[in-house]
Design a protein around this ligand. Structure first.
Ligand code: KG4
Ligand code: ZN
Length: 338
């Protein structure tokens, strides 16, 4: 049996998890509230909070898993992409930990991990993981891409955003409306009582499988600016309808491209991953598409959608089986290698 401790510190969540083979034993996340009023993650504050949280979070993950440090087979950590100061905390901790325990260290790419989260098994008896090759729409705060996943290690990106990411668009739209960070979950919540047809925003016209969200963001900005001139309470009065309409515009863009990718590749095993895959409207739209197009869809449980360390541990497990270990000179990277 292989026990992996996974550590995630790429952005504003300090997380640790323990897996036994592909089974999740614990999954602990300390979310940083310090960024709420800044409209985005403040890198300096994030690094400090990671430094404060990392030991208690790892302690809790080991305790919950009922695993002693010396039972661990390896420690897996997020090497990138992400904020360098944040990644350094997890990377340095992993090095010291592996050095102290004389166990291997495994570097993990955050985006690969979001996708491989679909291979985590837990006691909830979820359906079997996707069969290779499958398509994955990865939608997070920093990335939006469609990948053909051929094996745990073979990824072919066939579409990506040419400007903002989907999560970033949710967060920026929320900021324009005066909502706190991260805005995605708030828009999702307000949208539940709103009419998605109430307002219409301009849609991008990007050929192929690439995405663009900056036009939509500008269209929201101008729309609100014009209406606020006439009625300073416009946002307050229309909050739910605005959230539902903005959410619907973003989800439409995502759905249009994943449908095109399914047609182009002939693949009907379709997964979603990343923080925005927690969005209730995207989840519902995917389930509807499953019916309409006879897809087999894979939607991660909420705790494996947003940033978590269980996905780092399962990726570490796959790499452990391949004896793919990092050496002590490893340093974080800010941008994705794929
Ligand atoms: O994967 P993630 O936790 O961190 C990154 O790797 O970026 O994704 C965070 C993003 C944020 O932009 C957040 O607003 C968005 O995921 N998000 C959501 C929801 N939950 C998180 N967006 C829309 N609806 C949600 N329910
Ligand atoms: Zn993420």
């Amino acid at each position: 049996m292989i026990y992996i401790l996974g550590i995630e510190s790429s952005c504003d969540d300090t997380a640790a998890a323990v897996t036994r083979d592909d089974h999740i034993l614990s999954n602990v996340t300390a979310t940083q509230d310090v960024h709420k009023n800044f409209g985005g993650v403040v890198p300096e504050l994030a690094s400090r909070a990671h430094q404060q949280n990392i030991i208690p979070v790892i302690h809790a993950a080991l305790q919950e898993a009922k695993i002693r440090k010396n039972q661990l087979s390896a420690v897996a950590f997020t090497r990138g992409p992400g904020l360098l100061g944040s990644l350094l905390v997890g990377t340095s901790f992993a090095k010291s930990f592996a050095f102290g325990l004389q166990i291997p260290m495994i570097e993990v790419d955050h985006l690969q991990a979001h996708i491989l989260a679909h291979f985590l098994r837990d006691e909830s008896g979820t359906k079997p993981p996707p069969v290779f090759p499958f398509l994955c729409l990865t939608v997070s705060g920093g990335h939006t891409q469609i990948t053909v996943v051929k094996s745990p290690f073979e990824f072919h990106v066939i579409g990506r955003t040419i400007d903002d990411a989907a999560g970033e668009t949710f967060d920026k739209a929320a900021k324009i409306m005066g909502l706190s960070y991260p805005g995605g979950p708030l828009i999702d919540a307000y949208a539940k009582n709103g009419d998605p047809e109430a307002f219409h925003f301009s849609k991008p016209n990007i050929p192929g499988l690439d995405f663009s969200f900056s036009g939509l963001k500008t269209s929201i900005l101008y729309f609100l600016r014009d209406h606020l001139k006439q009625d300073p309470d416009f946002i307050e009065k229309n909050k739910s309808d605005l959230c539902a309409s903005i959410q619907s515009a973003i989800i439409d863009i995502l759905l249009q491209k994943i449908k095109a990718a399914a047609v182009q590749t002939g693949i009907s095993e379709i997964a979603i991953a990343g923080g925005v895959s927690a969005n209730s409207s995207l989840r519902a739209a995917l389930l509807k598409a499953q019916e309409d197009f006879k897809w087999n869809v894979f939607i991660p449980r909420l705790e494996y959608s947003t940033d978590n360390a269980a996905m780092i541990a399962i990726t570490g497990y796959f790499k452990f089986l391949n004896s793919d270990f990092a050496d002590f000179s490893v340093a974080p990277y800010a941008r994705s290698s794929f």
